[in-house]
Design a protein. Structure first.
Length: 391
């Protein structure tokens, strides 16, 4: 049977070139690894298992692959942690993966470096403050229950189609102040934004911007209780955001908040479906649900941040590099520590202090951190209370 992720990943990889190994790369660091469709994914039965297998096969450290345009990648948690704190070497500017040609548009704060980063980050932190997210919780819970009610008597469903996609997309649209009648279009744009084809990706960004601009104009005339209105009243360097900054933030939130949540929900439910003992435990001890949410986020990291590598000597490898040759650096297996093993009992690795970078602890700590954690709860809790003892 071909799993959905296998189909998606092999479609993606077909589009991207394999390149020659540049002269500056130490041959000892070259590993044939295809981020989108590595053979280890299928061998291990999942992308996450495949990334663990990769680290087992080649060891922990920093390596270079000629696949997907050629890029560095890191298999070591502690090294990733260190690298996340070296913006002078690993820049968030022009870091899209696979690399887009030319200078990327500005999507603050995610593709900015210090000191700009925090100037743009703070307004978003305020927009997603705990109180604002708490206010949404009741509605999110009600919507999660509604989605589960719609499928539960069928005994089976395509979870992504029926629950994992509609839930975050509707919530996000409401939060932002977008017209929920355009849900289908949004869904298509959200999928397009995670494609490797730069034209498809770029068109989704343009469509999002075209949709949002008239809404910004409406909010300028009359504020509402939504993130668009909130951003209009925020400032950077003592001035309101200009339209390019507003466009960038809107596109970034769209890209950051949808695919991530859809995939995290899907991996969560897949894990639960395969682990009936854990289901029983969570039903018996619902107080463990928040910790279980943390653990699935840690185990199944869905956002693996890329960075462009600055010119100069790379202290991590000793290889000298020109910016041209070091276009993209990619992290893998960002969430699991070297002490972590695929066979570790569910709660044990995290409790033993195996930190995770899935919700980054470095410079890129997402504004969605609070919202995505809270979002996990209603689904898990609603699933528990509504489905009773059923599996
Ligand atoms: C399970 C769901 C999510 C995961 C796993 C996740 C993961 C991440 C990761 C790894 C980054 C760092 C990217 C980088 O450094 O290049 C990030 C940044 C970000 N995320 Fe999320 N995210 C999720 C949900 C959300 C949601 C729901 C929102 C908002 C609606 C959001 C908004 C952001 C923003 C604005 C940033 C940029 C923050 C900054 O640069 O300071 N995320 N997220």
């Amino acid at each position: 049977m071909v799993m959905a992720w296998e189909r998606v990943m092999s479609d993606q990889t077909a589009a991207i070139a394999r390149v020659d190994v540049p002269a500056h790369v130490d041959p000892a660091l070259v590993v044939d690894f295809d981020f989108f469709a590595d053979h280890r994914y299928a061998e291990a039965g999942s992308p996450h298992g495949g990334l663990l297998k990769l680290a087992e096969d080649i060891g922990r450290g920093i390596f270079w692959t000629p696949r997907n345009g050629g890029h560095w990648f890191i298999t070591d948690h502690e090294l990733l942690f260190e690298a996340a704190r070296m913006p002078e070497l690993f820049s968030s500017r022009n870091a899209s993966f696979p690399a887009a040609p030319g200078e990327e548009p500005f999507y603050p704060p995610v593709n900015s470096d210090p000191p700009d980063h925090s100037r743009y980050r703070l307004p978003l932190m305020r927009a997603f403050a705990p109180g604002r997210i708490r206010d949404l919780e009741q509605n999110i819970r009600a919507f999660a229950i509604e989605l589960i009610e719609a499928v539960k008597d069928r005994g089976r469903c395509d979870f992504v189609d029926m629950v994992a996609e509609p839930l975050p997309i509707f919530i996000f649209m409401k939060l932002m102040g977008f017209d929920t009648a355009r849900y289908r279009e949004f869904r298509e744009w959200a999928v397009a934004m995670s494609q490797p084809d730069v034209e498809i990706r770029g068109q989704a960004y343009i469509d999002t911007m075209k949709m949002a601009r008239p809404l910004f104009d409406e909010r300028r005339a009359e504020r509402k209780e939504d993130v668009l209105s909130f951003l209009l009243d925020e400032e950077v360097d003592g001035r309101p955001f200009d339209q390019a900054e507003l466009d960038g933030m809107c596109i970034e939130l769209f890209g950051a908040g949808l695919d991530t949540v859809v995939n995290s929900l899907a991996f969560t439910i897949e894990h639960l479906a395969r682990d009936p003992a854990l289901q029983d435990r969570l039903r018996a001890e619902p107080a463990l649900i928040p910790e279980a949410v943390e653990e699935v986020l840690r185990r199944y990291s869905v956002a693996l941040p890329a960075r462009s590598v600055r010119s100069g000597i790379m202290p991590l490898t000793g290889c000298a590099a020109s910016q041209k040759n070091w276009k993209v650096w990619r992290c893998t297996r960002s969430s699991r520590a070297s002490s972590d093993s695929a066979a570790a009992p569910f709660f044990e690795a995290r409790r033993a202090g195996a930190d995770r970078l899935v919700i980054p602890s470095g410079l890129g700590g997402g504004a969605g951190g609070r919202s995505r954690r809270r979002r996990g709860w209603p689904v898990a809790a609603a699933g528990r209370s509504r489905s009773g003892a059923r599996r």
